[in-house]
Structures are given as C-alpha cells and as structure tokens.
Design a protein around this ligand. Structure first.
Ligand code: NAD
Length: 491
C-alpha cells in the first residue's frame, strides 16, 4: 500500500479497520511532476460518511474507557511503525503532492514530533493548572474537575501537508480518548489512505481512526453528521469561513486554520549573507505552497538596494525539476489549475506596474512537458494596494515592496486581511522586540523567513488566518477534551 508505484487505482477509504473502495463518483488524482493521473479518488456517498461516523462512534464507547496508559501503548507502536515506514511514505508524499523527497521527509519528521507531543497525554489529563481538586469546598462536599474526551471528531485537511496536518490532530485526539474520521484533500489522498495501514499495524481497534475521501460536499456531510462533536479543519480562508459557520450552525466546536500572506521585513542592519540565503530559499520551499510561506518581502530604506540584487542572484540558482529527482530544489505546483491561477496573478501584477526580475511563467521541464511547473518569480516595484501584495498566492512568487522606514514596514506588515506569521531580519533587538509586539500575527520570526513552531507550542493565526479560540498542536488538548466538575457529598 505505502510503496511507490506508477498507479494506485481507486484510492481506498479506511472504515472500521478495513480498506474499502466505494464512492458515488470518482475524481482524478495526479503526479503533478509528470502531469499524469495516478489514481482515482472516490467521493464518499452519504451512507459511507454515515458508516465511518457510526464506526467511530461505536469505537468511542470502549476506546474512551480504556486506561490512558493502554491508549498510550497504541501510540508508542504507531510511532515505531511510522518511523519504520517513513522513507517509503516520504516518496509517496513527494509523488502525489509534487514536493521534493527532502521536503516530504521534513514533513514526516514534523508529523513524528506531533506524535511525540501526544505521548505526553497523561500529563495533559492531569494538567495542574486546569484540573482542580478541593476538599470541603462546602461542608462535607469535595469538588474536582475531570478532563474527558468528547466523541467523534472530523478532521478535514488541505493538500499541502497530507500527513503532517492530520498528525497535528489525530494522535492527540485519539490518545485523549476520542475517535476520528479524516477527510483529506481530494487532490492528493494517497498518503492519507496509507495511514490506515500504519494504524492497522499499530493494532488500533477498528473505528478509532477512519478515512473517507471526497470533496467539499463530503466534508460538509461529515461536519453536519449528528454524531460528530467537532471539526478540526485546515485549508483556505474561503472554505475555512464556511466550515466555521457550518459548525456553529450545527452546534459543533471548530478549530479552523486558514490562509495566509506572511510579510518578511528586512532592515538595513540585517546580516546580509545569512538573511539572503534564508529568504531566497524560504519563499520557494514547496514552490511557495505553505501556509507559512513568506508572502511579501518588505525591504526597508537602504536594505532595498543592498538585498535585492543578492536575492535575485540566489533565486536564479534554484533548480526546478521532477520532485523525485535528487537534484531538484523545487518541484511543480499541485495542479494545472493552480499553475494557471498563479501565473494569472503574476500577469495581473505586471499589468498593474510590477517589474519581473525573474519570470517563472511558462516554465517547462524538458523531460516532463506535461508537469505543472512554474519557475521561481521575483517581482519588483510591488505596492501594497496590488492584488499580489494582498492575496495569498500559494505559488513560487516573491513580491518586493519598498518601505521608507520601520514604521512604514510595520504598517505594511499589518495591512492584509491575514495574520498567520510575520518575520523581521535585523541585528537590532529593539526593532525585533517592537516588531514582535506590534505585528498582529500568530507566529513571529526573528531572523527566520519561515516561523514554524514545534508541536509543544500552540499553532494558530490571527484575523482571517484562523477561526476559533483554541489553536492547533498542544492547545488542541483543550479542543479535544472538556472539563466536567464533579461535586461529591457522602453521608
Ligand atoms: P482548500 O480550502 O481548498 O481545501 C481544504 C479542505 O477543505 C479539503 O479537504 C477540501 O476537500 C475541503 N473542502 C472544500 N470545500 C469544502 C466545504 N465547502 N466544506 C468543508 N470542506 C471543504 O485548501 P487547499 O487548497 O487544499 O490548501 C491550501 C490552503 O490551506 C491555503 O490557503 C493555505 O494557506 C491553507 N493552509 C493553512 C494552514 C494553517 O495552519 N493555517 C496550513 C496549511 C495550509
């Protein structure tokens, strides 16, 4: 199942511990570097959505009552099986998503860290700050809070991290005693389907972890299902807003990570060599298809001339190619539609006055003419009122914006509807501190283009980058559990 192949046929769902092929209709899934179909994704019927949720609900009865240390043993085995299969799984991720194998390995390592975080679940259940126990609160009455799992959670995930993002939620949710139904992106469902095998090998009881495939309609049916208590969603802002509203309308709790436009500010006093390398590569990791990908490069005062030339020189060295080729630095975009969308944004930016210093539109990799490739693109003379400066591109584009001073840079950094991450390059602690205080984003990077926290920190954004109160990763302990107050009097 997990191994690298040319074709995966109909990608199976994983319901109640068994793989099954189903679906009302089928959608194609691709190897984006070849530009060819490698499988078909079934769109789960209403009865298949129902079967998966019922399997999870039925498993919850026993699973939630298992001693926490027993649930932990399953997770320990999952970690071992996951590590044993990481190399093969990375290649499958690379093939279906279009990221390089090195990027896929990086993703899987992050997924492993999420398992490590979830291994602390007994401590989370006993969290001294949030679990209280007071004797004689009133005469002969003792009160205590008990943290409990809630039931079946829907996990709905985007295409760009088909293993890591499910891993942010699933190990934690189930080790705390819940059961889950995962609906991965229909664009690259193969790695998520492979996860079923890992859960089987780890010995999990049927129904604890389920995978169904499909599109937005499948996801909506899952959220609305009466037995689903909550949804952890990660994806675009447009869809995230809908999911948040739908969850609220149906009385479900929701944790919604959404789109981004992450500013990177460079002050004139920034370290030239280290900053250039970090920025020029940071913009193009995974061809810019990350929620933490830098979105705008804001060069302040003298930094404008000082950094621009070096960044362009470095960007020109990025090798675009097939994602499984070890000499490739940057692979293709996820789909032909995505390539057209990003190229269209670049064209509109140029029409609006931006100057291409490196133009990746129409890029072709000779050996793979059908692949969804676009070359790295650097646009100069971008202004904050242009679409390319305001909207998430999710592609290999580096827009350069000039700011006269620090004040203006902070203003620009806060001037989009998003607030996922923001970074500053400087050797001044004062600027760094001010930036961290005044920029309205969930993650702040100082001298790093990609500000990604590890799973022991909460992960979320501000403004249109996040909807909900409880963030992902360790914060989700509160999302996946609730505290009940038990008051006891014994005569
Ligand atoms: P997307 O919003 O198109 O799809 C995400 C998921 O939502 C998919 O599983 C899709 O099938 C499902 N979906 C589609 N319509 C739906 C509907 N009406 N109701 C419920 N679910 C529906 O996103 P994508 O293109 O797969 O991923 C890229 C986006 O994800 C970018 O905007 C990126 O910034 C964002 N992202 C955010 C984070 C974060 O943590 N904030 C992390 C990774 C990606």
């Amino acid at each position: 199942m997990i191994s690298l192949r040319d074709s995966y046929g109909v990608v199976p769902m994983f319901i109640d511990g068994r793989y099954e092929v189903g679906g009302d209709k089928r959608l194609p899934t691709y190897d984006p570097g070849l530009g060819s179909r490698i499988g078909e994704v079934p769109v789960a019927s209403t009865s298949e959505v129902d079967a998966a949720v019922r399997a999870a609900a039925s498993a919850f009865e026993k699973w939630s009552r298992l001693p926490i240390y027993e649930r932990l043993q399953y997770l320990v085995r999952l970690k071992i099986v996951y590590e044993q299969n990481m190399e093969e799984l990375a290649k499958v991720v690379a093939k279906n998503v279009g990221k390089t194998v090195a990027e896929a390995v990086g993703e899987l390592r992050r997924g492993l860290e999420a398992i490590d975080m979830a291994l602390a679940s007994p401590h989370f259940l006993a969290d001294v700050k949030k679990v209280m126990n007071i004797a004689n609160t009133e005469p002969e009455i003792d009160m205590e809070t008990v943290r409990e799992p809630l039931g079946v959670f829907a996990i709905i995930t985007p295409f760009n991290f088909p293993v890591m993002i499910p891993q942010w939620f699933i190990p934690l949710a189930i080790t705390l005693g819940n059961t889950v139904v995962l609906k991965p992106s229909e664009q690259d469902p193969i790695p998520a389907a492979a996860l079923g095998e890992l859960f089987q090998k780890a010995g999990y009881p049927p129904g604890v972890f389920n995978v169904i495939h499909g599109d937005g309609s499948t996801a909506e049916a899952l959220i609305k299902h009466p037995e689903v208590v909550g949804v952890a969603f990660v994806g675009s802002t447009k869809v995230g807003e809908k999911v948040y509203a739908l969850a609220a309308a149906h009385g479900k709790r929701a944790l919604v990570g959404a789109g981004a436009k992450n500013p990177v500010v460079v002050m004139p006093d920034a370290d030239l060599t280290n900053s250039v390398e970090n920025i020029a590569t940071g913009f193009f990791v995974m061809a810019g298809q990350r929620c933490l990908a830098p979105g705008n490069l804001i060069l302040v005062g003298e930094a404008y001339e000082k950094f621009k030339r070096h960044i362009v020189e470095r960007v020109k060295k990025i090798r675009v190619g097939y994602q499984l080729d070890p000499n490739t630095d940057m692979g293709p975009l996820i789909s032909s539609a995505s390539k057209q969308r990003v190229e269209g944004m670049v064209t509109r930016a140029v029409e609006a006055g931006a100057k291409p210093l490196v133009d990746g539109r129409g890029y072709r990799v000779e050996a793979y003419p059908e692949g969804f490739y676009m070359g790295p693109t650097v646009l100069d003379e971008v202004h904050m009122d242009m679409e390319i400066a305001q909207e998430e591109v999710f592609g290999p584009v580096l827009p350069i914006i000039y700011a006269r001073n620090f004040e203006e840079a902070v203003q620009f950094a806060n001037a989009t509807k998003y607030g996922n991450a923001a970074s500053i390059f400087t050797s001044s602690g004062k600027y760094a501190r001010e930036f961290a205080r005044r920029v309205n984003a969930g993650n702040i990077g100082i001298n790093m283009a990609i500000a990604q926290p590890t799973p022991h920190f909460p992960f979320g954004g501000r403004k249109k980058s996040f909807f909900g109160v409880l963030h992902a990763q360790v914060d989700a302990v509160d999302f996946f559990t609730d505290r009940k107050v038990v008051m006891q009097r014994w005569w």
